[in-house]
Design a protein around this ligand. Sequence first.
Ligand SMILES: Nc1ncnc2c1ncn2[C@@H]1O[C@H](COP(=O)(O)OP(=O)(O)OP(=O)(O)O)[C@@H](O)[C@H]1O
Ligand SMILES: [Mg+2]
Length: 224
Amino acid sequence: MFLELKNINKSYNGNAECGTRNAERRTKNSSEFRIPNITALCLSEQSELNKNSSLLNNISTSANKGILQITGESGKGKTTLLKIIAGILKPDRGEVNTFNKKIAIVFQENRLIPWMNMLENIKFVMGNNYPDDKINDLISKMELNDSENKYPHELSGGMCRRAAIARALASEPDILLLDEPLNGLDSDLADKIMKIISGKMKNGLTVLVSHQAVDIQAEYLIEL
Ligand SMILES: Nc1ncnc2c1ncn2[C@@H]1O[C@H](COP(=O)(O)OP(=O)(O)OP(=O)(O)O)[C@@H](O)[C@H]1O
Ligand SMILES: [Mg+2]
């Protein structure tokens, strides 16, 4: 088994994780992640949190190898559920089991490291001994050749998306979490990228969040 969700519930209320707490934790641990004006950020989020909106209600599923697709309109909680699976957010109730499998995530925003070029971004998740030919193969499959030395701000939106996917694949995960991975890609390229992902993840589980229809046969489906 790769993934088991049992009665997952989540609402954003007064008890929800506030971004500020994470920010404070990061500030303590690393001088590189200082975020100014924390207090202002917290206050504005707090009023949002007080709305006490129930989001995920008793979501249960179990999934083995293949593709688990999570669909639903904007704001239904797809990203929230993905973050719960990744262990970034805690559910209010319920259990998540990922059976100690290795997880990689492509966030809805690319989250490339701005001061690293594309190659450095991809290598960032690899051990030092990762063979160059594997990196080159990944870059060429993603059609990112000749842009390895460019920084994120020098890449197009679609290139950043592919670089973020390449970075996640480079870590050779058992479970790959993808939040709207095809945003910014035209349909031909999107099909190609999905085929590459399916090939690389043929022995693992891909959790694919999408609000638009994706031409793919998913073994498991959660509709929010
Ligand atoms: N940290 C947070 N604090 C309070 N509310 C939040 C937080 N994160 C998300 N929400 C709220 O939860 C709801 C679901 O958000 P989420 O990002 O999970 O939706 P989504 O289905 O991924 O939407 P989209 O398709 O637009 O990406 C939204 O109403 C959002 O405002
Ligand atoms: Mg989302």
